[in-house]
Each structure stands twice: as C-alpha cells, then as structure tokens.
Design a protein. Structure first.
Length: 200
C-alpha cells in the first residue's frame, strides 16, 4: 500500500486528471481518516466545496481538501510522537501495564477513527486539525462532563458501532464517539443510562 506522502504527491500532480487526483485523495484516507473513511470524505468535500459524488472536481478544491487533511495529520503525528516518548519513559521506570488512555490510543493508532463518526453524514464542521487539537487537549487534562469537540452534554452509549471497540459514548451534537478517558465517571454513567433509555 502506498504511503500517505506518496499519495498526496499524486493529488498535487498537475499532469494527473481531476478524476485521478480525486482517486488519490480518497486513497489518502486509507492511511489517515480521523472520522472514519466515509465521514472524513464527506467532511472534506463539504469544507472544500465539492460534491462527494463529483468524479471530476476542480483540482483547486481537491488541493484545499488535501491541505486540511495534511494539517490534521501533522497534529496527530506530533501527538503520537509525544505518546511514544511517554510510554518509553514509563517503561524505563517499570510502568509496563497500559492504562485506559493507552487502550484508547491502541484503537486509534495511525489516526484512523480518532474521532470516529458512526454516521458518515454527521460529523464536526470545524477544521479537522482543530477537532484533533481539542481531543488531544482533553486527553491531557482532567476528565470532563461534555464532548471535548463541541461541548455538547448530550452523550449516549451505543452498542452497535461499526468500529473497534463496538460500543462507546456518542455525542448527539457532533456525532463523534467520545474517547472514554476524557469523560468523568458520572458522565459515562449518564451516557450508559441515556443509551439504555434510547434502546427501549
């Protein structure tokens, strides 16, 4: 499988047709898709201003979408480098048992599904990089009672997610699966209760 940078070069290549450049942009999402492949594609198309089904979009719009994706990827790679350095230091001091943060990170390695959106048409509208910065900031601070992306307090537990793990707290406001480590025990309990209520 081609690497992200190689695929991004193909998106920028003016010798490629718009259809080919669109295909390479879609393939970039095989390497990095914070909301999941379909939701990230829907987001990029909406932000750049072309229809997801358009087979020959304006190359300038494709480049705008790629720029946003690359900015978000840079944010995530910096976080992963910090995470790896922290784990290395912890292991040096004998802390080998991974915590809840490590368990969450294991499911998002590479940046795929960092802010998973189970419904591809419901996702945050802000720039991807800003969304990732908010999630990373929430990971690094004390747990809260609201979604770290949109600050919505309406979070419910879902058991039918099309992503690993198959269940988790979903924000009603922006549609992301909220990372468990960023929520307080009370917020998680309320999410469980609202999820059970919604299933009745």
């Amino acid at each position: 499988m081609a690497k992200f940078r190689s695929l991004a070069r193909q998106v920028r290549d003016p010798r490629r047709t718009p259809t080919q450049r669109r295909t390479y942009l879609r393939r970039c999402l095989e390497r990095f898709a914070p909301y999941g492949h379909r939701a990230t594609w829907d987001h990029l198309c909406a932000r750049a201003g072309f229809c997801p089904q358009d087979r020959e979009p304006d190359p300038a719009l494709l480049l705008a979408a790629l720029d946003e994706l690359e900015e978000a990827r840079a944010v995530w790679l910096a976080y992963e480098a910090d995470f790896a350095a922290r784990r290395k230091e912890e292991k040096f001091y004998g802390i080998r048992q991974p915590g809840i943060l490590d368990d969450w990170h294991r499911h998002t390695w590479g940046g795929n599904g960092v802010a998973w959106c189970d419904d591809p048409s419901i996702h945050p509208s802000d720039r991807l990089a800003d969304v990732l910065r908010r999630i990373i900031a929430a990971i690094r601070t004390a747990p809260g009672a609201t979604c770290p992306v949109c600050a919505d307090s309406h979070i419910r537990w879902r058991h039918d997610l099309a992503h690993e793990p198959g269940s988790g707290p979903v924000c009603a406001g922006c549609g992301i699966v909220v990372p468990v480590p960023v929520l307080t025990e009370r917020a998680l309990a309320e999410a469980h209760n609202s999820g059970q209520f919604a299933l009745r």
